[in-house]
Write a protein that binds this ligand. Structure first.
Ligand code: ADP
Length: 390
């Protein structure tokens, strides 16, 4: 597995009962997964020689993140290394411009968008989507109050690399990174959803229940499974959309499709695709304790081309709350309190150094009463972070 983050750590954990031997390419020995995997290579995933030496002897190579350069993955494939998901699929999760172009081509609904070249071009895009006389604006003039979402096509995560801008002055910042910039309409979404699916090389695929993902300051805070109040029709539609994307793009392993729930012109619920992630994803962490087979176990099965496990939920409701780094109280007393308060609580900490706002763990709760399940998750996450003291 390439990348030593918490996703690799939890994927490794899911492989243990199957007796699967992991080898990890990690940036540092302190990385979350490097602390627990027995065979760790410390090295730079951007260096082809390092990747080649690492991949030697591996039956299959998979990832904790999407940042390995595509040309290196092609070179490894030419060496005979089995890579899952493969570089041609992974490109769509590496570059938001490539992803949007492909989703357009296969008719998947997305926010209106286009690649923009400079702040004046962003103003033109705002005019196009604002419908206030495209082409008649002076250079840099902004059409009333039309917010535009700008994203660097590569390298963003947890809201970094995403800006909401309302003027040409504000639009200058994203261009400073020297990476192409994608402009999107700011979608007036009702809420954010995620459709998680897993696909094997054989083409077997499973779909998890569609979840609601609650973001705070651009970072996922809470995930509710299933999305409260979602109709069977919208849920099935979102699952089918995700399965179709997995199939069209040739994804192997876990695919998270981040969605905006919107209202169509007639007021009916609909979805637009925001993002794709081709690896286990934060919106699927609830499956560790809330589904018959977790996203991590199914990712392992998929990349090894084993039959996939049942994705159905074990409980009426499961809620996942992320634990962010904060004013950490000492962990032992936090555990004492959380475990005593809620014997059903499932705690997953990643062994990471605490930095403010950094994801350092998550908790899962489940049960029949959604308000109670949410309260228990929020309390535990807040207590572990140190924002709740009783
Ligand atoms: P990343 O996952 O790379 O941080 P995303 O593209 O998922 O970036 O954007 C992060 C968050 O920004 C989304 O979860 C959503 O809340 C908001 N966002 C992104 N694109 C749009 C958009 N076109 N309209 C409205 N909000 C958006």
């Amino acid at each position: 597995m390439v990348g030593g983050g918490q996703l690799a750590r939890m994927t490794h954990e899911a492989g243990i009962p199957l007796g699967i031997k992991f080898k990890l390419l990690s940036d540092t020995p302190q990385d979350s997964a490097a602390q627990v995997v027995s065979e760790v290579v410390i090295g730079d995933y951007r260096d082809l020689d390092t990747l080649r030496a690492f991949a030697r002897g591996c039956d299959v190579v998979t990832f904790d993140h999407e940042h390995v350069p595509t040309e290196h993955l092609h070179a490894l494939e030419a060496d005979g290394v089995v890579i899952r998901p493969g570089p041609e699929a992974l490109r769509h999760a590496q570059d938001k411009g490539v992803m949007r172009a492909r989703l357009d081509a296969i008719g998947v609904p997305c926010p209106r968008h286009r690649i923009v070249s400079d702040p004046a071009d962003v103003a033109r895009f705002a005019a196009e989507i604002g419908g206030s006389g495209a082409g008649r604006l002076d250079e840099g003039q902004w059409p009333g109050d039309v917010p535009v979402v700008l994203k660097t096509v590569r390298g963003g995560y947890d809201g970094k690399g995403v800006w909401v801008v309302r003027s040409s002055e504000e639009a200058a910042e994203p261009f400073r990174a020297g990476v192409p910039v994608l402009a999107e309409e700011k979608v007036p979404f009702v809420r954010e959803l995620a459709a998680n699916v897993v696909r094997s090389p054989h083409g077997q695929a499973v779909a998890y229940p569609v979840v609601e993902s609650v973001q705070v300051d651009g970072v996922c805070d809470t995930v509710i499974a299933p999305a409260p109040g979602i109709s069977d029709a919208l849920s099935t539609h979102a699952q089918q959309l995700a399965l179709r994307i997995a199939d069209e793009l040739g994804v192997v392993g876990h695919l998270a499709v981040e969605l905006f729930e919107v209202r169509d012109a007639g007021g009916a619920p609909a979805v637009l695709v925001n993002e794709l992630a081709m690896r286990p994803h934060n919106s699927g962490h609830w499956t560790q304790d809330g589904a018959i087979t977790s996203q991590f176990a199914n990712h392992v099965r998929a990349v090894l081309d084993l039959p996939l496990g049942d994705p159905r939920p074990r409980a009426r409701w499961t809620v996942m709350a992320n634990v962010l780094g904060g004013d950490y109280p000492d962990m032992y007393s936090a555990y004492l309190h959380c475990m005593a308060r809620d014997p059903q609580l499932k705690i997953h900490m990643y062994g990471k150094d605490v930095k403010p706002g950094r994801k350092v763990g998550h908790v899962n709760t489940y049960g029949d009463d959604l308000a109670d399940v949410r309260e228990r998750a929020a309390h535990a996450a807040g207590y572990l972070r140190g924002t709740i003291t009783e």
